[in-house]
Design a protein around this ligand. Structure first.
Ligand code: C5P
Length: 205
């Protein structure tokens, strides 16, 4: 069983994907981490994330980078969003994601283009969303727990910028897949979001 989980930044899709993987006993890939690793790798060499060739070269990052705590920072998220617009970067990361999705037994993948590009034949497609205010509040709390200080307004502006970039890029923009179940988590806490996602998967299979 392949479960595709897409949605904007801080919608809760990562938490939901992880919980689904645990519940259904499937391996999980957070594909945002791959783009974050590319963005971080560019910054390590003082490169330009908007330059397609420099960003493409950074797709040969060392796998150890995937566990680096800096990958989760707000700054790296911004870099990831910039390198992810380049079609060459997306293509370089495609095979790895499709190989993960194609494992015998299946997998859960979360990102922006799982149900549309990476695994269009996924058995279940979830599109997780929430209001920008709710997402900003969650991201603010998360950053505070990590010891990063940003104002709520800064976070909200950054989310709007990233949403716009993800939705308007030509290569694999963030869209709701036709056959997706849309889960709005604005008014749901973590446990209720997970329970709703599990129900949606059971209903779809
Ligand atoms: O999900 P996360 O915030 O970690 O993703 C970081 C950035 O990577 C996103 O803002 C998005 O631009 C990009 N991304 C993408 N396609 C994916 C996953 C992430 O373009 N499948």
């Amino acid at each position: 069983m392949i479960i595709a989980v897409d949605g904007p930044t801080a919608s809760g899709k990562g938490t939901i994907a992880k919980a689904l993987a645990k519940h259904f006993g499937l391996p999980h890939l957070d594909t945002g981490l791959l783009y974050r690793a590319v963005g971080y790798q560019v910054s390590l060499y003082d490169g330009d994330p908007d330059d397609p060739a420099e960003a493409l070269a950074a797709t040969r990052f060392a796998d150890e980078l995937l566990g680096h705590p800096e990958l989760r920072s707000e700054a790296t998220g911004g870099l990831a969003s910039r390198v992810s617009v380049h079609p060459g970067v997306r293509k370089a990361l495609l095979e790895r994601q499709q190989a993960f999705a194609g494992q015998p037994g299946g997998a859960v993948l979360d990102g922006r283009d799982i149900g549309t590009v990476i695994a269009p034949n996924a058995d279940v497609k979830l599109f997780v969303t929430a209001s920008v205010e709710a997402r900003a509040q969650r991201r603010w709390q998360e950053m505070r727990d990590r010891g990063e200080s940003h104002t709520l307004l800064e976070i909200e502006e950054d989310l709007r910028r990233r949403d716009e970039r993800d939705r308007n890029r030509t290569a694999a923009p963030l869209v709701v897949p036709d056959d997706a179940y849309v889960l709005d988590t604005t008014a749901l806490d973590k446990d209720a979001s997970i329970a709703a996602a599990i129900d949606a998967v059971l209903e779809a299979t």
